[in-house]
Design a protein around this ligand. Sequence first.
Ligand SMILES: O=P(O)(O)O[C@H]1O[C@H](CO)[C@@H](O)[C@H]1O
Ligand SMILES: Nc1nc2[nH]cnc2c(=O)[nH]1
Length: 267
Amino acid sequence: MVRIAIIGGSGVYDPKLLENLREEIVKTPYGDIKVKIGTYKGEEVAFLARHGEKHSVPPHKINYRANIWGLHKLGVERILSTSAVGSLNEAMKPGDFVILDQLIDFTKNRTYTFYDGEDAPHGRKFVAHVDFTDPYCPELRDSLIRAARELGFSYHPRGTYAAMEGPRFETRAEIRALRILGADVVGMTQSPEAILARELEMCYASVAIVTNYAAGISKTKLTHSEVVELMQQKSEEIKLLLMRAVEYIPKIRRCTCKDALKGATGE
Ligand SMILES: O=P(O)(O)O[C@H]1O[C@H](CO)[C@@H](O)[C@H]1O
Ligand SMILES: Nc1nc2[nH]cnc2c(=O)[nH]1
């Protein structure tokens, strides 16, 4: 059973961090996913490229439900992910790591749940309203924070991520509004990825990498190539951070993520 997975976002397409790699196609009610499975210090770890290995899938077209359902089917309990973000907070500068602790969802046209009642294409045909007060697993966040601190990286132990529909970048006015609402960084993929993991009682955390200042703050035009270029510059640090964090993930889950459905279905 693979207990830990890494979801690589923009700029993180191959699991060069793992050894003895094999590829598995996992069938799910939402479609099949392709997962690479390898080992790191004897621990089996699954790797999934969020946008596909060639970044062919835009953020609003990602099959988030197949991805998360497929990892759950493999036995994954803990998911670490990367997110390339724009920063609205001067203190969070390009190249910084932000261990997200909060999320505000402004996406518009995604599929946000597995619990579609009678329409659900699997046996979980019940209604469920899960608690999402704290969207990220405290134990995984602690593992990422400890790793970033020990590696001496420039990091922020918490940050609020505004999830935008994309695939365009934001207007000046949208960023002005998001700052008023308390967002620190902005991206396009944390919703529904984080909520779907919680709905299957999996632990989830994301390390955001600031690739640019957001629209209206940046002095230059926003480009995806700038995002990928900075992610490539940071690829070694990202690999070190993720692997050190994997080592620090507690073997026993004492967080409440594993009980997310308790009380959620009204039973
Ligand atoms: O969130 P990840 O997958 O890192 O991707 C980020 O990079 C792309 C924008 O350049 C968007 O998809 C945004 O969400
Ligand atoms: N939505 C959004 N996603 C990003 N990913 C990297 N930079 C940005 C940005 O400025 N806005």
